[in-house]
Design a protein around this ligand. Structure first.
Ligand code: SF4
Length: 108
């Protein structure tokens, strides 16, 4: 077999392998899907002292953007909806679900 044909065959196989592996690599890089509110028994009110705003998975709304003050509090005194790293959709800081995990505070 001529050397150039061998190289061409090698390159063809290499690109075919990459083409087959590409979808698997793309899927592996996507973030895991979030759980539905129903699945985790999400509620829009606290359970005792447990609430989303004190959970390690809660992501508050942006601080000063859109007229908000620090801590996700709106200028009119209501709490801004945030997000959760585990649960899909908008999340109120006053909510709760079975995945609640308190934030840990480390001393400096
Ligand atoms: S895991 Fe549950 S309790 Fe924690 S922030 Fe998300 S929805 Fe709220």
């Amino acid at each position: 077999m001529p050397k150039q044909a061998s190289r061409r065959l090698f390159l063809r196989r290499a690109f075919a392998t990459i083409g087959l592996a590409w979808p698997a690599l793309a899927l592996a890089k996507t973030a895991p899907a979030k759980l539905s509110k129903a699945t985790v028994h999400y509620q829009t009110h606290p359970k005792g002292h447990k609430m989303c705003g004190m959970c390690r998975f809660f992501v508050p709304a942006e601080g000063h953007a859109n007229g908000l003050m620090m801590g996700g509090m709106k200028a009119n005194g209501t709490m801004a909806l945030g997000h959760c790293q585990k649960v899909a959709g908008r999340i109120t800081p006053m909510g709760y679900c079975v995945l609640f995990t308190p934030r840990t505070h480390t001393k400096p």
